[in-house]
Design a protein around this ligand. Structure first.
Ligand SMILES: Cc1cc2nc3c(=O)[nH]c(=O)nc-3n(C[C@H](O)[C@H](O)[C@H](O)COP(=O)(O)OP(=O)(O)OC[C@H]3O[C@@H](n4cnc5c(N)ncnc54)[C@H](O)[C@@H]3O)c2cc1C
Length: 478
């Protein structure tokens, strides 16, 4: 019997787990995939929004601004890359300047600090590669960029270090409530819990509707992207938005914390909650729209494309709190953008609800700090040499594009909530994220996974389940 079971190991579920770990109790996270960060949290713009976009007085606006304020300290505690690069919303037409002013006023009302409206000339000084279709911009110096994988992984590792259990490959199929607790049937077995937190992303409606008669419906709103090589990473230094539309924040161009350039997303409602394919039409649309704000975008440097699904509710608002007709069942639903930015504040809000409702007591020895995987490139020449003398695996470069060593990959496998697949290694170390997109390093990473996890080569997967790579017998023998 758990005290709280969190369904979904995305950034929302992991942020709740980490905050809940401050209290005494038996807590778990249940995830249908093989790892954390396999849903929307792995495919988004990675922006820590300033908070001028969400409707004034909404929960979305409040948590966005709070989350943005918390992100710097959290990133330090968890050793996650985060940068306040600032964002610019470009107004492309003089006639739209009143819309820019309303965005400024909304931001001020939401409590966003240091907002400014800049003239065309001022914007040009900040970003020389913008096109001439520009009448001015809203500048938000508090806007930032973060690594969404490392943030989610770090939250999960820190929660695990503080006693939270993780169940993977455990899809929740049914929930029953009886005698004041829930029985949860998963693909990997049954468990019981006094409270449930529903943080299942685009599937939060299905989980909610398993127990509540006030049904909820989440629409998957797809966003496609292309990612450009590091050689294009300085084309802009701020995050460049256009004025928002009813479908979202529009196509943006932004550097990433790892030095790449990201262009996207599109926005289209789709019926398939697994529909993360990219399309020629979607990529053409985002290239055309991005080209209207930023000139000479080097699209020959595209190294990959991907898509993510926003968990869109008609209300266009986060739904966080106890379900009206199901006591002890807490929804964290409709967490579309700015969900990543809001995650630190969502974690605190849900942990506060649980603390007050369950009478939780704070732990005496909560460990707030977590250290990331050691990157030899961050060391001085002398320190690196000493490290390689002690542990030669740090001298064996496995991914040449991103300079990732065997030592880092071994660490990624053996830490709490460790990597079990090629994608798990990729998200933790960046091996395979570079220009060749794992063409050279994947066989070597597979060898390391086989050796460290003591499994057969045929059982090494790209991303768990049946995604085996080597020819021969599969896990099921078929
Ligand atoms: C195109 C796009 C761009 C975005 N850009 C930004 C941005 O720049 N900044 C920002 O702040 N936000 C952004 N967002 C929003 C942000 O990515 C999300 O709000 C956030 O990642 C949601 O996290 P989550 O944990 O709620 O959901 P998810 O990350 O989807 O996690 C839900 C988890 O639940 C699991 N699950 C589902 N069903 C079950 C089940 N039955 N049993 C067990 N587990 C289950 C899933 O496998 C998944 O791992 C963007 C989103 C998209 C799609």
């Amino acid at each position: 019997m758990y005290d709280v079971c969190i369904i979904g190991a995305g950034v929302s579920g992991c942020a709740v787990a980490r905050e809940l770990a401050r209290y005494e109790g038996k807590f778990c996270v249940i995830e249908k995939c093989e790892d954390v960060c396999c849903g929307t949290s792995k495919a988004n713009s990675a922006i820590v929004h300033a908070g001028f976009d969400a409707a004034q007085g909404s929960l979305m606006a409040k948590l966005n601004v709070q989350g943005n304020r918390m992100m710097g300290e959290l990133a330090k505690e968890l050793d996650v890359p985060f940068e306040r690069n600032g964002s610019l919303v470009i107004c492309q037409d003089e006639n739209d300047l009143p819309k820019l002013r309303s965005l400024y006023e909304k931001g001020m009302a939401n409590g966003v600090a240091d907002l400014q409206i800049l003239s065309k000339e001022e914007v040009r000084k900040l970003e020389p590669n913008l096109t001439d279709r520009m009448a001015g911009a809203l500048y938000a110096p508090t806007g930032g960029i973060v690594c969404p994988f490392l943030l989610t992984i770090a939250l999960a590792e820190n929660a695990a270090d503080n006693g939270v259990e993780f169940w993977f490959d455990s899809q929740v199929n049914q929930i029953r409530k009886e005698d004041g607790y829930f029985t949860i049937e998963t693909g990997a077995g049954r468990l019981e819990s006094r409270y449930i937190v529903n943080a299942a992303g685009v599937y939060a409606d299905r989980i909610h509707n398993m127990v509540s008669s006030n049904t909820m419906q989440i629409t998957a709103r797809k966003g496609e992207y292309c990612l450009l090589d590091r050689s294009a990473g300085t084309h802009v230094s701020h995050t460049i938005f256009t004025l928002p539309t009813p479908m979202g924040k529009g196509v943006l161009v932004t550097p990433t914390v790892h030095g790449n350039l990201l262009v996207g997303p599109t926005a289209a409602d789709i019926p398939d909650k697994e529909g993360t394919d990219t399309t020629a039409a979607g990529l053409a649309e985002l290239m055309q729209k991005a080209g209207m704000t930023v000139k000479n975008l080097p699209f020959r440097q595209v190294i990959t494309s991907f898509a993510g699904l926003r968990a869109h509710l008609n209300e266009n608002e986060f739904v966080i709190g106890e379900a009206e007709d199901v006591p002890q069942f807490i929804d964290v639903a409709g967490i579309e953008s700015p969900g990543l930015s809001s995650a630190p504040a969502i974690g605190v809000m849900v942990a506060d609800i649980l603390r007050d409702s369950m009478g939780l007591r704070e732990k005496e020895h909560f460990q707030a700090k977590r250290k990331g995987i050691l990157n030899p490139a961050d060391l001085s020449f002398e320190e690196r040499n000493a490290l390689i003398q002690r542990e030669p695996a740090y001298g064996n470069v496995i991914c040449r594009c991103e300079s990732v060593t065997e030592g880092e990959i071994i660490d990624a496998i053996h830490r709490p909530v460790g990597a079990k697949s090629l994608d798990g290694i990729k998200r933790r170390t960046r091996a395979g994220m570079g220009r060749c997109q794992s063409g050279f390093c994947s066989p070597k990473v597979m060898e390391i996974l086989k050796r460290e996890l003591q499994i057969r080569m045929e059982d090494v997967t790209k991303c768990g389940g049946h995604s085996v790579i080597a020819a021969g017998q599969t896990k099921t023998g078929k």
